[in-house]
Design a protein around this ligand. Sequence first.
Ligand code: UT7
Length: 322
Amino acid sequence: MIYSRIVSSGAYLPSDVRTNDDLAKIMDTSDDWIRTRTGIAERHIAADNETCTDMCEKAALAALQDAGLEARDIDLIVVATSTPEYLFPSTAVLLQHRLACRDIPAFDVSAACSGFIYALSTADAYIRSYSARKVLVVGADLFSNSIDWTDRNTAVLFGDGAAAVILEAAATPGIFGFCLHSDGSFADLLSIPKGAGRARVNPDAQPPYLQMQGREVFKVAVKSLANLVEELLDKYETRADNLDYLVPHQANLRIIKATAQHLNMPMEKVILTVDKHANTSAASIPLALDFGIKSGKIKRGNKLLLEAFGGGFTWGGCLLTY
Ligand code: UT7
């Protein structure tokens, strides 16, 4: 048997930090509302000339350096993003060129805020099937270009960023496994309605901005994540009190607290970055993971539960030993 394990991580956040008070100057909102309803205090916003690939490159270089590896050591690149620079080539292929990797396979995975979990499961499957030994997995999203900055319902919630991990083949886990789900009947509750394959009739029917029915998304997210964490613990015969840290998708502190409460885990065992990063979609879990590791909270041998919920709907989780 062969398994995969995370050997390193790296993160990148754009330098422009926008606080809640900054947003209150341009729309009808307040620091108090945003903090109370979401836990968000500030978010990073990409520069005008900065692309999703730029962010991926910086996160990937940090992860390579952290592992003491060169780009030529990598066998596969998987990028989770819903905000690629082009419809094609994929962000992963642009990254392969930027990093000067060998002509290895490289592709994107699109699963919105659950994208990193989906990408990690893909990388894990490649390693377990002996198709790759070292995989670069990146989660990156640049939503600030797809947000209606006059819509307070969505504009206050998101930030830009990227983070990466390197997965390597190992004789022992590492990653125990995944539970992944989707339900496209909820597509209209959370979407960015633009793409090359839309019908030509009535092209202006929906503006190409991120749109979300927050209250409905919230309800389904809390319920689905509660079921998901139970499913993961059952499937891999683990008890919540054996977990060292919960590393959740960082959309809303209230959703995170509900999941932690369901697991009966104290908040000290939950990695939180939502206050500083807001919702960075596919980047949110690897950013939180990197923060947890670099801040010295997450240590080698710790048992982690990663979970995410997002557009689609998609949702999924992973149990691993770091
Ligand atoms: O990552 C993918 C998954 N996404 C999520 O998980 C997000 C899920 N949803 C949420 O996090 C929450 O539903 C929100 C943070 C989006 C909204 O919180 P809420 O407690 O569900 O608020 P609400 O939508 O029910 O709105 C309450 C009130 C409304 O006013 P009325 O109708 O009660 O008068 C909104 O118009 O708050 C108002 N409101 C705001 N007020 C100040 C909405 N956005 C804002 C704002 N500032 N930015």
